[in-house]
Design a binder for this molecule. Sequence first.
Ligand code: GLN
Length: 186
Amino acid sequence: MIIGILAIQGDVEEHEEAIKKAGYTAKKVKRVEDLEGIDALIIPGGESTAIGKLMKKYGLLEKIKNSDLPILGTCAGMVLLSKGTGLNQILLELMDITVKRNAYGRQVDSFEKEIEFKDLGKVYGVFIRAPVVDKILSDDVEVIAKDGDKIVGVKQGKYMALSFHPELSEDGYKVYKYFVENCVKK
Ligand code: GLN
């Protein structure tokens, strides 16, 4: 199982480590040709506006959008998978959700807490200027993680989006296993 990590901006090395810990092989994806041979793709946290622009510049936006790849988006990756943020920015628009960026407010830049994750129970969530799901636009979207009444994890077919950073917590590798078992068919 080879999992690609979009490596044009954001936290890439941490995802590589977590993928290895979960028992899979990681591959950095910087250009279109790097998509060859991967079974799934991770879009990491970072700055969604910058990642969107760079994806477009390198031709990755259309290629990824039109591929069959299962995708896990974390934080900025969740933003990029969504259909809208209320702001003018480049998105993949692959999931039937809208998100609110920096939803926890500016004064709460980052925090860590346990959240409820479907089938996994409590999972440690690291939130950094995190988005949350604002609206769910179709019945195909399943809520898989919540922080109180905030939706911080969703799944739609082969796509999964998380507000937090599983690559930054000890038990986060479980979330990659969940992604592979539930979104990646092999
Ligand atoms: N707030 C950032 C964005 O919307 C996401 C932050 C992150 O990925 N840690 O792009």
